[in-house]
Design a binder for this molecule. Structure first.
Ligand code: B12
Ligand code: SF4
Ligand code: SF4
Length: 273
């Protein structure tokens, strides 16, 4: 079992589950990234996220590798969420479906790797956070950053090659797989050249500003949608600051640079901040 096999299997699982949904374009091809569970950046998460943030070895003592994957949403789903104060029904439904998909994919990979003699821990897609602090002890997007899937946007999202409209999952496994390289260049236009700021203008919950993010206000907005869509299940969503933007479906900095932006891990001292 190697990197190629794992990427293929994750993509196959998502494509197969896509067939079970009424909409043909719910999910695009997932991106998959790998990093060593011994990567020193994991220790930094105790400072950047929270002192109680887990290390891969806290989740799995035999950990060797962490896999992160980004399941991007189809364009019609993102478009459906552009208008209005409340989230679209499509956005709310796909949130629930994607959380289920991430959890099922975790179980599937656990089974496959287990059959080959390896251990896997698959943290849930979400709702593994402290309801007071609104912080999780396993932040998928920071893990995905370490695994080279993208860089953070002003809207807080991890902006990948396929943009930021989508959801992230991660797995800790005992199989040793070579790490991927991390991008060096920013992927948010504001962080690249102080332009854009479009996500700030989209916020419907008085939560996102050029210089700060009010996670409590954001959660209030998500809970308003949860109440509105309660017949669907738990849909504490919003996502207005993700849609109709230059970073929704692609890395906009890549698009303007039109040149490869990959360098060796550790090439820049400030790669983490
Ligand atoms: C708690 C939580 C929330 C809370 C608080 C969110 C927040 N930003 O604080 C609430 C309920 C409000 C929320 C809202 C949303 N969430 Co939420 N949420 C989570 C959860 C469970 C944990 C996040 C966490 O603990 N973060 C820790 C805090 C401290 O960090 P942070 O919020 O990520 O913010 C950091 C970055 O901005 C970072 N940063 C900024 N610039 C840079 C630069 C560098 C170099 C680095 C290292 C860091 C960095 O610094 C901040 C502090 O570290 C994760 C699932 C998980 N377990 O990972 C999903 C998750 C983050 N949410 C997600 C989404 C999509 C949303 C919503 C759009 C709702 C929706 N689905 O419609 C909104 C977006 C709000 C926003 N603009 O940030 C996705 C993000 C996908 C992506 N592309 O990044 C996640 C990863 C769920 C998933 N499985 O995909 N969420
Ligand atoms: S909308 Fe613009 S400023 Fe906001 S995250 Fe995307 S690229 Fe950055
Ligand atoms: S998810 Fe909604 S409330 Fe939260 S920052 Fe984005 S637009 Fe604002």
């Amino acid at each position: 079992m190697d990197k190629k096999y794992i990427i293929k299997e994750i993509r196959r699982f998502v494509a197969q589950n896509q067939l079970l949904l009424p909409r043909e374009d719910s999910w695009r091809t997932p991106l998959v990234g790998f990093c060593s569970s011994h990567d020193p950046l994991f220790n930094e998460l105790k400072k950047v996220v929270s002192p109680t943030h887990s290390l891969p070895h806290d989740l799995l003592s035999s950990a060797q590798t962490v896999i992160a994957f980004f399941i991007s949403f189809g364009k019609s789903i993102s478009k459906s969420n552009k208008e209005g104060r409340l989230a679209s029904r499509e956005w709310a439904e796909l949130y629930i479906q994607t959380n289920n998909l991430i959890n099922e994919l975790g179980e599937h990979m656990k089974f496959l790797l287990g059959a080959a003699g390896y251990e896997t821990v698959a943290p849930p897609a979400t709702h593994n956070f402290n309801k007071e602090q609104l912080i999780s002890d396993w932040s998928h997007r920071h893990v995905a950053f370490i695994a080279g899937l993208g860089k953070f946007g002003l809207n807080n999202m991890l902006i990948t090659k396929s943009g930021c409209c989508g959801r992230i999952g991660s797995l800790v496994i005992s199989l040793d797989i070579p790490a991927d390289e991390r991008p060096v260049e920013e992927s948010c236009l504001y962080r690249y050249d102080s332009s854009c700021l479009q996500c700030v203008g989209k916020c419907v919950g008085s939560a996102l500003f050029p210089d700060r993010f009010d996670r409590n206000n954001c959660y209030e907005m998500c809970k308003e949608n949860e109440e509105h869509f309660k017949a669907l299940g738990k849909a504490d969503v919003c996502g207005k600051c993700l849609v109709g933007l230059p970073c929704s479906w692609a890395n906009p900095v890549d698009a303007i640079q039109k040149k490869p932006n990959i360098a060796k891990v550790g090439h820049r001292k400030d790669v983490y901040r």
